[in-house]
Design a protein around this ligand. Structure first.
Ligand SMILES: Cc1ncc(COP(=O)(O)O)c(C=O)c1O
Length: 400
């Protein structure tokens, strides 16, 4: 985005909240509406056929991006939040019974806590929370202690949206499976930033949001293994998710059979343009290479760590070892609220997040009400970090 704010070149460090969009992604949406707009899977006319083909092609691209076995394992949803709700209602409500257990961690985003708490009130299963160490890393010993044969699901973020800690999903997936449980991985902060291979990770469910990976808002993905999708109940009812609806005069009801996955979970007219634009975002990322994206962000994070230590009054939360985390840095400046820090930076064109980032339990562990957060993406530079440190130094001076 080419913008100046208060005469300063924009520096966008709020990528964990949402990312900026490349021209190609914006053009994909525009071209769709200008030349191909029709409803999908419904009509025989040219526009409908083209729209359907473009939408299903985006699904293929996304399947390939995360190495799903088949594109029918890719469900388009509004975002990570809706994907977790889908699993909670379509799988959790019907498969987690009274006295069954599921594990969450205390570093989860609220969207991986609240749906489970709601559904557990209905189905009466137990939720156990795995502890997080004071440096923000997962307490694996506590996980091993809490998992048992009564555990039916482990639901865990791959990367924390507060600390940037990368969890060992491979290990947790194996542990879950060895105990007869499934694993859901919240990939909202990992899929945009590193290579993802659902078959290698052996995860049962993976969720992520398009807007955090150069795509538009209002589109995201639930990946689930095909055999699970086949046995899951639908999430919402409506057009397109059914195979057949027939009215019986005898009992006055409609008998309904479901469409096959993925359409069984996509009731009503979906976000067609969003899906197509997300496919373009994936193409853009693949052209750069996800290993390159990750390496760039790790280099930015290591550099930012080094430079931020020049500030006397600044505290960084989370692990000291930059190797166990990716490009998210939560911090505070002595005596200043996170909103004051973010507002001061905003005056100089630097966009930071402040608050508790929808992760209050983790802030409790850090003994904080809130934190300021800088989060990087592929378009950020070392020069931007230098400017950021300069502005924070000015704030330190000013506050003194
Ligand atoms: C780790 C994590 N999970 C889930 C979400 C929810 O994503 P969305 O609001 O796009 O549904 C976020 C958003 O910040 C996140 O960081």
């Amino acid at each position: 985005m080419k913008r100046e704010i208060n005469g300063h070149k924009l520096i966008y460090f709020d990528n964990a909240a949402t990312t900026q969009k490349p021209r190609q992604v914006i053009a994909a949406e525009q071209t769709f509406y200008e030349s191909h707009n029709g409803n999908i899977h419904r009509a025989v006319h040219t526009l409908s056929q083209e729209a359907t083909e473009m939408y299903e092609d985006a699904r293929e691209k996304i399947a390939h991006f995360i190495n799903a076995q088949d594109s029918s394992e890719i469900i388009f949803v509004r975002g990570a939040t809706e994907a977790i709700n889908l699993v909670a209602y379509s799988w959790g409500l019907h498969n987690l019974k009274q006295d069954d257990e599921m594990l969450l961690s205390l570093m989860e985003h609220h969207s991986n806590i609240v749906p489970w708490e709601i559904v557990s009130k209905i189905s009466r299963f137990k939720i156990k929370y795995v502890q997080v160490n004071s440096d923000g890393t997962l307490d694996y010993a506590d996980l091993e202690k809490k998992i048992n044969s009564g555990t039916k699901l482990v639901s865990l973020s791959h990367v924390s949206n507060v600390s940037g800690v990368i969890n060992d999903v491979n290990y947790v997936a194996k542990l879950a499976h060895d105990n007869g449980a499934l694993i859901l991985v919240d990939g909202a902060q990992s899929v945009p930033h590193m290579p993802t291979d659902v078959q290698k990770l052996d995860v049962d469910f993976l969720v992520f949001s398009g807007h955090k990976m150069l795509g538009p808002t209002g589109i995201g993905v639930l990946y689930a293994k095909r055999h699970l999708l086949e046995r899951m109940e639908p999430f919402q009812g409506g057009g397109e998710m059914i195979k057949d609806v027939s009215f019986s005069q005898k009992n006055g009801h409609c008998a309904i059979s479901w469409n096959a996955p993925p359409w069984k979970f996509e009731a009503g007219t979906p976000n067609v343009a969003g899906g197509i634009a997300l496919g373009e975002a994936v193409r853009y990322l693949q052209n750069i290479g996800m290993t390159e994206v990750l390496e760039h962000e790790l280099a930015l994070t290591a550099y930012a760590f080094k430079r931020l230590h020049e500030l006397k009054k600044l505290t960084i939360y989370g692990p000291k070892d930059v190797k166990v985390k990716c490009g998210i840095i939560p911090f505070s400046l002595d005596g200043l609220s996170s909103h004051d820090v973010a507002l001061f930076c905003d005056n100089f064109g630097i966009m930071l997040r402040s608050g508790f980032h929808c992760a209050q339990p983790l802030h409790q562990i850090f003994n904080l009400q809130s934190s300021a957060r800088a989060s990087f993406y592929l378009y950020n530079t070392l020069e931007e970090i230098d400017r950021f440190v300069e502005v924070l130094k000015e704030l330190e001076q000013f506050w003194r």
